[in-house]
Design a protein around this ligand. Structure first.
Ligand SMILES: Nc1nc2c(ncn2[C@@H]2O[C@H](COP(=O)(O)OP(=O)(O)O)[C@@H](O)[C@H]2O)c(=O)[nH]1
Ligand SMILES: [Mg+2]
Length: 432
């Protein structure tokens, strides 16, 4: 068995033994299954309007995905090999098969604005040759547009990618947003391809200058001596074959190695998250029971105050996406500060867990009401989102509260146990 597979199993066993690490258990289990089935996720990422969706269509040799002059892709769309079919996954767990010509209703930012339909992903099957060997090709919303939710989705999905086709385009030199995004992607994906799109709009000299300029930045950022760039035109089909040939070749010759490396990167992230949970747990257990009760009560008061403040935001403002997102960020920061004040530890909120989707405008509301009437799931409101944030922390503290009822001998043993767990997690973190 490979070393990383063994480490995933160890982590799975470890997380299964504690109430507090249920979320990490689910993540590590999914990762292990993916590795065992040799499923490779190749995602197309980049800033909005670089031509990602157009490139995916060209790779699949099919006009499946909506493309446009304004930000279009609002939802992660994965494509696997198979008979043509499509299904939409909603946040409430509902999975609904849809006809191909209806896909756009769910993916398109203009139709599903700020993802008010609460779609988590769209899964498509299509018999394209590129997918035949077990590749899942994923089109993602772009970063950097006015639709902040799109950026959040894109950032979140990078965590699931094994390999990445980072898409730039010649009509804009690589910018700070792209560099930041790439820097983040580097922490999770094991293999990178750089596509430089829209080469049909410039001449050869200009292209050379563009490539030289980007190459320098990217090599430095990726900490490699050299990077290979793939100049393409998704519109005219130029260069796309070279790109897909390189991806296919690597999948065949080093697919397992890519998957293992990407799994190790992801395990590192999961272990960090488990460490944060466990640190809070251990810290709280170490407090005298009365002291813990007092701080827990203060925390509950704080939850209530946050909810009250949220409820007090007037209706027109809470419908405003920018106001709503700013409020949610503020809540996250204040919760982090409160945990630090009461329990003396660094407790970070997982940004991607925040469902910051509030309706941008009344129009979107109307559309949603219409869809809701048609049996579609309804989106969360700001109050529910703040409640969900508090609830994660509340659940952890409640578990601790239950254990603090045990006698002091048991608590001491549990803390000992957690100390061992933390040491193992730290070791895992440093190995990964
Ligand atoms: N000239 C040119 N335009 C392109 C090319 N690829 C995409 N586009 C255009 O760029 C815009 C954005 O494309 P889209 O695929 O929606 O970008 P995405 O936001 O990155 O998915 C659309 O207007 C496309 O027609 C290309 O290779 N050449
Ligand atoms: Mg797109």
């Amino acid at each position: 068995m490979s070393d990383i597979l063994q480490r995933l199993r160890d982590a799975e066993q470890l997380f299964a033994a504690y109430e507090i690490t249920g979320h990490e258990l689910a993540r590590v289990r999914a990762l292990r299954e993916k590795l065992e089935n040799s499923q490779m996720t190749v995602s197309v990422i980049g800033q909005f309007k670089r031509g990602k969706s157009a490139l995916v269509n060209r790779i699949l040799d099919d006009k499946i995905l909506p493309v446009g002059i304004v930000p279009v892709t609002a939802v992660v769309t994965s494509v696997q090999y198979g008979e043509k079919s499509a299904e939409v996954h909603f946040a409430n767990g509902l999975v609904q098969p849809v006809a191909f010509d209806e896909i756009s209703t769910f993916i398109n930012e203009q139709e599903n604005m700020d993802n008010h339909l609460n779609v988590t992903k769209v899964c498509i099957h299509c018999p394209a040759g590129f997918l035949r060997e077990g590749i899942t090709l994923v089109d993602t919303p772009g970063v950097g547009s006015l639709h902040e939710k799109n950026s959040e989705e894109a950032y979140a999905f990078v965590k699931e990618s094994d390999a990445v086709i980072f898409t730039l385009s010649v009509d804009s030199p690589i910018n700070q947003i792209e560099i930041e995004f790439l820097r983040n992607a580097k922490e999770y994906a094991a293999k990178f391809y750089f596509a430089v799109n829209k080469i049909d709009v410039i001449d050869e000299d200009e292209l050379e200058a563009y490539l030289a300029y980007c190459r320098k930045f990217i090599a430095k950022l990726m900490e490699v001596p050299e990077v290979q760039m793939f100049p393409v035109s998704a519109k005219q089909g130029l260069g796309v074959e070279e790109l897909t040939a390189a991806v296919s070749r690597d999948c065949r010759s080093q697919g397992q190695a890519i998957l293992e490396e990407s799994s190790a990167l992801k395990l590192h992230d999961i272990v960090l998250s488990a460490l944060a949970q466990i640190s809070l747990y251990r810290k709280a257990l170490s407090l005298p029971a009365a002291e813990f009760d007092k701080r827990f009560a203060q925390m509950k008061k704080f939850f209530a105050a946050l909810q009250e403040q949220t409820a007090a935001i007037p209706a027109p403002e809470r419908k405003n996406r920018v106001v709503a997102e700013a409020h949610l960020n503020d809540v996250k920061n204040r919760l982090t500060a409160k945990v630090s004040e009461l329990f003396g530890i660094d407790y970070h909120y997982d940004i991607e867990e925040v469902e910051a989707g509030t309706e941008a405008q009344a129009e979107a509301d109307d559309a949603q009401a219409a869809k809701a009437a048609a049996g579609m799931p309804k989106s969360d409101d700001l109050t529910q989102q703040v409640m969900a944030l508090c609830e994660t922390l509340n659940a952890t503290l409640n578990t601790i509260f239950m254990h603090r009822e045990e006698n002091s001998y048991k608590v001491a043993r549990r803390i000992n146990d957690l100390n061992r767990l933390v040491r193992r997690l730290v070791k895992m973190r440093d190995e990964a």
